[in-house]
Design a protein around this ligand. Structure first.
Ligand SMILES: *[C@@H]1O[C@H](CO)[C@@H](O)[C@H](O)[C@H]1NC(C)=O
Ligand SMILES: *[C@@H]1O[C@H](CO)[C@@H](O)[C@H](O)[C@H]1NC(C)=O
Ligand SMILES: *[C@@H]1O[C@H](CO)[C@@H](O)[C@H](O)[C@H]1NC(C)=O
Ligand SMILES: *[C@@H]1O[C@H](CO)[C@@H](O)[C@H](O)[C@H]1NC(C)=O
Length: 499
């Protein structure tokens, strides 16, 4: 969300004598040392590995295998890219032909790297139960971010984790790392554009932005280097900061989603080839694959789940971050035609065969159902009809800094069936993960709101229990307490929902 007025209060105090200083992490002596490790579900049998280095690599490589003592396979690429005002190079390598649902060990090739591991994706159609976390509006911790209570003892011995780790959500994700299989994070990642909220950065904004990017993705690495971390765009990825009048001052490389694109474009997937026996579904999935535009909009399949990532920032009518849009962020478009995203969405949703992937879940940044009256109306106009038409089961948003759950609802009217096989999608907001802007008040609740919480940091855990039952829990980041729990029942008796 926005924070326009906040910085102004301290300016006069500051001008009196502070020395500006961005807080960059130390550059490793061995500049091939991998930092900011991240992995993603890339295809039906493939995982992409991304990391940054403080020098360009001519041939980034990853060794991997199913035994930590025998990393028999190796994959390489020539992708080692940077952009203006970044100190690092982003490297991406895709590991293909993996056996599904199997623990793999991997070592990023470097004179200074260690062995990590991940679980390869479940194949589409696998009906085993699993959980994923929805974490949105997270933010860096430390001097440029939001730091709160010290963390409890860790359950897992994750290498690299900072002993002072006290961002409660990142800490909780580390403590519970064996309890979930991947993370979805639709937007507002490190909040580098909020550098101005730390007075010391006032005269050093370009470096402060770059420093927060480096620190945040370093802090996330113990999670994102082990669990597929599936991202989408939020307003805080768009530009160097959100005050419209000063955006002309944004340095090259700090506008128009540049870091987000460089970091994630090669890492995120396109639509998977359909495993349906229905020719039309396969043709639609192929069309969606061509129209997908990762990391802005894409889909993937994982066991019982077909997941679609939306872009609520640009690329639809009156999109808030588009040139001339309401947010003043002057970004995009990213499609080669104005309707590419919506054409993708329609083809992708129409391709979903519930006999293969019964659960259809959508993630995006800006909600249209939210308490407190700050929903995105252009997003609703663009996306709600399609989500309803194709029977989306659950839609996950953030942007508003708290946790909310809604009864299944369409056009502002609660579905009379509630959680028992509704036609309308169920909506949640999972934006309370914690960032320098703090939490948002719950505000006024609609009659169809079922839960709203803004007392402390929290996030959502989504569990696909079986082909008919989906559990959503909101987790208190510090204590792990379950704040709210619901189970949505869907019969999934229609293979291709059109309503
Ligand atoms: C090796 O990598 C570790 C972990 O990233 C880092 O802390 C250390 O500084 C690196 N060592 C050298 C010699 O660069
Ligand atoms: C968070 O960690 C930092 C670094 O160790 C420490 O200085 C700070 O006091 C901690 N904050 C709280 C509230 O524990
Ligand atoms: C095949 O899939 C399309 C949607 O892609 C659907 O409209 C049609 O009803 C399906 N046919 C059968 C026989 O299920
Ligand atoms: C942002 O980047 C995209 C893709 O590179 C480009 O098409 C678009 O024109 C850019 N938008 C602005 C406002 O510079």
């Amino acid at each position: 969300m926005k924070s326009v007025a906040a910085p102004l209060g301290w300016v006069s105090t500051l001008v009196a004598g502070a020395i500006a200083a961005a807080s960059y992490p130390a550059i490793p002596v061995d500049r091939t040392s991998p930092t900011q490790q991240r992995i993603a579900v890339k295809g039906p049998n493939s995982v992409a590995v991304g990391w940054n280095t403080y020098q360009q690599l001519s041939n980034p490589c990853v060794q991997y295998g199913t035994s930590s003592s025998n990393l028999a396979s190796s994959a390489c690429s020539t992708t080692s890219i940077t952009y203006p005002h970044s100190r690092t190079y982003g490297n991406t390598v895709v590991l293909s032909d993996l056996t599904p649902g199997t623990t793999y060990y991997y070592k990023i090739t470097s004179t200074n790297s260690t062995i990590e591991h991940f679980l390869s994706p479940r194949p589409a159609g696998d009906t085993g139960a699993f959980s994923f976390n929805a974490v949105i509006d997270l933010g860096v911790y430390g001097t440029d971010g939001y730091t709160i209570k010290a963390n409890n003892a860790k359950r897992d011995t994750i290498p690299l984790i900072d002993p002072s780790l006290n961002h409660t959500t990142i800490g909780r994700l580390a403590n519970t790392i064996d309890d979930y299989e991947f993370v979805v994070h639709p937007g507002d990642l490190g909040y580098a554009d909020d550098w101005l909220l730390s007075p010391k950065n006032l005269f050093d904004g370009t470096d402060a932005y770059a420093a927060i990017v480096e620190r945040f993705y370093g802090q996330l690495a113990p999670i994102s280097g082990r669990k597929p971390y599936m991202v989408g765009p939020g307003n805080h990825e768009a530009n160097c900061q959100e005050i419209p009048l000063t955006q002309i001052l944004c340095a090259a490389g700090q506008k128009n989603f540049t870091d987000f694109m460089n970091r994630f474009a090669d890492l995120m997937p396109t639509t998977f080839a359909s495993r349906s026996t229905n020719d039309t579904a396969r043709i639609k999935a192929n069309a969606a694959q061509v129209l997908a535009n990762p990391p802005f909009w894409y889909s993937f399949e994982y066991g019982m789940l077909h997941f679609v990532m939306l872009n609520t920032e640009t690329d639809f009518a009156s999109a808030p971050d588009a040139p001339g849009g309401s947010a003043g962020l002057n970004s995009g478009p990213f499609g080669s035609t104005a309707d590419q995203q919506l054409a993708f969405l329609e083809a992708d949703l129409a391709s979903v065969d519930r006999a293969v992937t019964p659960w259809l879940i959508v993630g995006g940044h800006r909600p249209w159902y939210t308490t407190g009256g700050s929903g995105c109306d252009p997003c609703r106009a663009a996306f709600e009809p399609l989500l309803y038409k194709y029977g989306v089961d659950l839609a996950i948003f953030g942007h508003v800094h708290n946790s909310q759950r809604f009864q299944p609802v369409y056009q502002g009217v609660a579905d009379a069936k509630g959680l028992q096989d509704p036609a309308a999608p169920m909506y949640i907001v999972a934006g309370g993960a914690g960032n320098i802007e703090g939490l948002s008040d719950v505000g006024t609740k609609q009659a169809y709101n079922a839960f709203a919480y803004a007392d402390d940091f929290s996030y959502a855990r989504v569990s696909l229990l079986d082909t008919n039952q989906l559990q959503v829990q909101f987790i208190h980041s510090t204590t792990g307490q379950v704040l709210d729990q619901s189970v949505l029942y869907k019969s999934h008796s229609t293979r291709f929902v059109v309503q």
